[in-house]
Design a protein around this ligand. Sequence first.
Ligand code: ATP
Ligand code: MG
Length: 456
Amino acid sequence: MGDRTIQLPEKVGRIIGTLQEHGYEAYAVGGCIRDSILGREPEDWDITTSAMPEETKALFDKTFDTGIQHGTITVLLEKEGFEVTTYRIDGKYEDSRHPKEVTFTRNLREDLLRRDFTINAMALNLRGELRDPFCGQSDLAAGVLRCVGEPERRFEEDALRILRGMRFASVLGLRVEEATAMGIHRCAPLLAQIAPERIAKELMGLLVGARADAVLREYPNVIGVFWPEILPMVGFDQRNRHHCYDVWEHTLHALSYTPPDPVVRCVMLLHDIGKPKTFTLDAEGHGHFRGHPLVSRDLSEEMLRRLKCSNAFCQIVTRLVEWHDRGICQDERTLRRALYSLGEQDLRRLLVIKRADNLAQSPAFRQRQAELDWAEKELARLLDEQACMSLRDLAVNGKDLTDMGLRGPEIGAMLETLLERVVDGELPNDSAVLLDTARQLRAYALARKDQVLGGK
Ligand code: ATP
Ligand code: MG
């Protein structure tokens, strides 16, 4: 984990070099240094400099004023953009997010002081010298997330840092240092002031992290600030022999068995959210949750809309929440129907979700895994033989039916009927057989019509 191993990308080196040649200080800073030390590929390389924005602009051919009031210029090198920000001290924060004003400084330490966590407050120059006044490197080595400065003050300045911190803890598997953890708990209500889109972005980042389950377990109250629907799950005793965990623990265990796909992780978090509302107790004292998938779906929809998630994301997640408990693995026909309704990608997701859901039940009830193995094999077979799953694949089309004498809406309805039978495996996807069936169905429909009219 030595800083000497960090190789600055050539263009980043060029920008820093140009600034230095003109007498300014310049460093790669923040997330890129953190990720490099960890051996992870940085998302982007930010540069911090003692040069004032206008001074930076004067040194490069192509620049954009990305956020010039906050000191940020984008330098374009061969169409690749790099953000170069003047060392700054953030002024008083007005709304837990925006500093009212920023003051530029020529002192790197003051710039590092405004950054959120010690692991994000390191800077590296061209000579490979690491500036790390808050011991971010040793925190990183020890796997610790710690605020720069006094945690509560930092979260009061900008409440989004609470979720950023939880995201780093989840993605990088960090332990949150005590005072920082306390600050998160105390300042959580301030998240109410943060724009929903920004919350959603951090939340999704947190959910796909390797330790999402552990972080959620520690801070349900934080999630509860914008999603209070989560809270009744915590500690909710299911009183059901299928379950060895309360609803929240079951949810977290299920989540830990899923791959880091934002859709799947989000479905897992929300799949049982309707359980507390649908709970009933039978005469023997067993708990039931009849209809919970639909209630979970409705709640999920409201919650995702509240965070301004995209329609597409919302639709997929709510659909899979609704489907999570449906039996689709009993026989070929139900599986074919599910494939027809959901399409390959979402059916695959559903199988992953069902597997994780089942793994998080009582050990004695985990035998569903065999059904899921079967469903996966069967799905592979269906896809392999290119089973007909949409009108596009059907061996007859609208023109064939027009030639047969069908008109207008009759055509669409007939195609749907034929497709359903093919999907169900009742008919082969063979044009002669399908045309023959269409003829019979039509003759039958006409005869019925005559009968009804004749009876009048
Ligand atoms: P990632 O790019 O992986 O999301 P990052 O830490 O690089 O993580 P950015 O949003 O790219 O996050 O910010 C770059 C740097 O700016 C951070 O490393 C941190 O030093 C500083 N920073 C970003 N957001 C904040 C904030 N809300 N409060 C204080 N410092 C921040
Ligand atoms: Mg970054």
